[in-house]
Design a protein around this ligand. Structure first.
Ligand code: PAF
Length: 280
């Protein structure tokens, strides 16, 4: 695996590889890698001849600066995991490489409705930062396919819209959420959970499964209330339990019979904010 910290160097290397006939699959990450990220690398390896991963903890997407300070960093272990997974290129830039003239100097995109609901409403400015950095990374790496995890469902929708707005010829591949044995969605933030918080957090997935399984028998409002009560009983502070059209995230008041749906939950356990979703 070749590691680059400098934009010009990685661009030169990738264009050389493209001239040799390689097609590029790209997995952007913020590090603290786990099996979910590795599944994206593996999928990208199956479908491309050059797999590029980036590790960059992007300051512009953290609306809460404390969250940025506490974001787990484990670069050495990440490199080991990427080597084992057979990643070809790692881009590991410093903040000054990505934002040489300061964080405000790069283009941002307006995601409209998508930025006004759920994660957008809870984390103002978050998707502006995600769009800003991913646009920058896509201009550097110029991949033919971009690999994203379904766990960040709204982010996947935002980035699909970004690709449209940038008018890129790029496949956006959304890969299934990887879960622990008890259903908890894998996330870099799970590392910050205490042992007991870690066990309790599986309730989020249990709620999603119950929303999914009760779609034929109950009203969503009733199931939602049951989930909110259960989350509260376990000591989690719910930010949202929502049902949406899986195609465009239009929020739904009740189950639909003729539309693909997604149920989404965000909740805090102690200081840690967890999100998850399930397709219905
Ligand atoms: O999902 C993430 O890890 C980040 O939001 C991303 C897409 C790498 C942009 O910083």
């Amino acid at each position: 695996m070749v590691i680059f910290k400098n934009i010009n160097d990685i661009k030169k290397y990738i264009s050389l590889k493209k001239a040799e006939g390689c097609n590029v699959g790209f997995v952007p990450t913020m590090g603290a890698l786990h099996a979910g990220h590795i599944s994206l690398i593996e999928k990208s390896k199956q479908e491309n001849t050059l797999v590029v991963c980036s590790i960059f903890v992007n300051p512009t997407q953290f609306n809460d600066k404390k969250d940025l300070e506490k974001y787990p960093v484990s670069t050495e272990a990440d490199i080991e995991l990427l080597l084992t997974a057979g990643c070809d290129v790692l881009f590991l830039p410093a903040v000054s490489e990505i934002y040489p003239d300061g964080e405000g100097h790069f283009k941002t995109y307006d995601f409209g409705y998508l930025d006004s609901i759920l994660e957008g409403a809870q984390r103002p400015g978050h998707f502006r930062g995600v769009g800003q950095v991913v646009a920058r990374l896509l201009e550097i790496v110029e991949p033919s396919s971009l690999y994203l995890g379904q766990k960040d469902y709204q982010q996947c929708m935002v980035l699909k819209k970004l690709v449209e707005m940038m008018e890129l010829k790029l496949n956006v591949i959304i890969c299934p959420t990887m879960r622990e044995a008890d259903g908890l969605a894998m996330s870099s933030r799970n590392r910050r959970l205490t042992e007991s918080q870690r066990v309790i957090s599986a309730v989020i997935y249990q709620c999603l499964v119950s929303i999914q399984s009760k779609q034929q028998t109950d009203r969503f409002a009733i199931v939602k209330k049951e989930c909110e009560d259960l989350l509260a009983a376990k000591g989690l502070a719910t930010e949202y339990v929502a049902l949406a059209d899986a195609r465009d995230l239009t929020l739904l008041g009740d189950y639909q019979t003729d539309a693909p749906m997604v149920a989404l939950i965000a909740a805090r356990i102690g200081e840690i904010r967890l999100i998850d979703n399930i397709l219905l």
